[in-house]
Design a protein around this ligand. Structure first.
Ligand SMILES: NC(=O)c1ccc[n+]([C@@H]2O[C@H](COP(=O)([O-])OP(=O)(O)OC[C@H]3O[C@@H](n4cnc5c(N)ncnc54)[C@H](O)[C@@H]3O)[C@@H](O)[C@H]2O)c1
Length: 337
């Protein structure tokens, strides 16, 4: 069965490609390489001993996308392609709306044209806005606190409208919590451009001495140690959730929504201290003011994914930090080595 993976050279996609190939799927990737490198594709091919069909393609380019559907006989699409930096989305929202919204509309039009109506979509816990209670369940009210989050919310709404108009679609919306870590081989991992926006890639750069100290944005939240609490999930567990979602689509479920998280929240300081254990070094940090838009606490109730997909996260925080550090110390410059 052939799966088209948009944004397939990126961080979560590279781990998903590996799981797909190992599970016997054929993988076709469309990526414009705006935030990734061909090297991740080569590494996955090497790790699995299997080929990936790669198209350097922008999902905004309808003709190019159509060509892939004509060539490949796609069964289902996993749609990762998108821009994801919250701060950047506040500075240049139109770029985010163009890329994420127009890109998704173009993809959906082409899928409809070629009658490929099985889709797994990368959504995010950000669609819960500032949740009124934790753990967060799928039926809670949705909102957005920044343009990036708004693109995820708008795409979810588009997908619900599309499904209402045509029930022959099968759509799995996966709301990821905070993916971290890397494949345990240390051969693939997260490779952000420039200074990382997210906590763990930043901590990793401090651990290898590339950055001086971690900025902890606020220690006056209403949490046990005052720092923000999130649900960190190992990227390999997350990748495996996509295999379960693809399996689910073959049962014609209609439109389904799942949280993919561990159900456990860790504070910023918990992460720093766990990382210190993994790298056997002290990680210097400094407390700075809160970042606008950051929320105090978010973690998942992932019961629905367990009951309906038979999926749950297996890897704990130690493993997440160890695998992140292995990748970072093996390839300090990521794929640019
Ligand atoms: N990493 C997270 O914390 C997180 C959390 C929740 C949701 N998500 C979502 O999961 C998806 C994957 O995230 P990631 O962390 O792997 O990011 P990533 O940047 O590593 O991967 C995204 C990929 O999409 C590609 N891309 C972007 N725009 C494109 C376009 N117009 N045409 C073709 N390719 C394009 C990029 O080159 C990149 O390879 C994104 O949609 C992201 O919003 C990520």
């Amino acid at each position: 069965m052939k799966i088209l993976v948009t944004g397939g050279a990126g961080y979560i996609a590279s781990h998903t490609n590996l799981e797909l190939l190992q599970a016997g799927y054929e993988v076709v990737v469309a990526d414009n390489l705006s935030n990734s490198s061909m090297e991740s594709i080569h590494r996955v091919e090497k790790l699995t001993g299997k080929k990936i069909t790669f198209y350097e393609a922008d999902i905004l380019d309808k003709e190019r996308l159509s060509n892939i559907f004509v060539q490949e006989g796609i069964h289902s699409v996993i749609h990762f392609a998108g821009l994801k930096a919250v701060g950047e989305s506040c500075a240049i929202p139109l770029k985010y709306f163009r890329n994420n919204l127009s890109g998704t509309i173009t993809l959906l039009e082409v899928m409809q044209e070629y009658n490929v109506k099985n889709l797994v979509f990368s959504s995010s816990a950000t669609v819960y806005g500032d949740p009124e209670k934790v753990p967060v369940t799928e039926d809670m009210p949705l909102s957005a606190t920044n343009p990036y989050g708004r693109t995820k919310l708008m795409i979810e709404e588009m997908l619900r409208d599309l499904y209402r108009s045509d029930a022959s679609w099968n759509i799995a919306i996966l709301r990821y919590f905070n993916p971290i870590g890397a494949h345990e081989s240390g051969e693939i991992g997260e490779d952000p451009n420039g200074i990382p926006n997210n906590l763990v890639p930043y901590v990793a750069k401090v651990a290898i001495g590339e950055l001086e100290k971690v900025n902890v944005f606020g220690d006056d939240y209403d949490t046990p140690d005052g720092t923000g609490i999130r649900d960190y999930i190992h990227v390999v567990d997350l990748a495996r959730g996509h295999i379960k979602a693809i399996e689910k689509l073959t049962q014609n479920p209609g439109l389904v929504v799942y949280n993919l998280g561990t159900g456990v929240g860790y504070s910023v300081l918990d992460i720093i201290h766990n990382y210190e254990k993994a790298c056997n070094k002290t990680i210097p940090y400094a407390v700075t003011p809160r970042r606008p838009g950051d929320i105090a606490v978010s973690y998942a109730d992932a019961t629905k994914a367990y009951q309906e997909l038979g999926w749950k996260a297996e890897k704990g925080i130690d493993k997440m930090c160890e695998d992140s550090f292995r990748w970072q110390s093996k390839y300090p410059k990521g794929y640019k080595n």
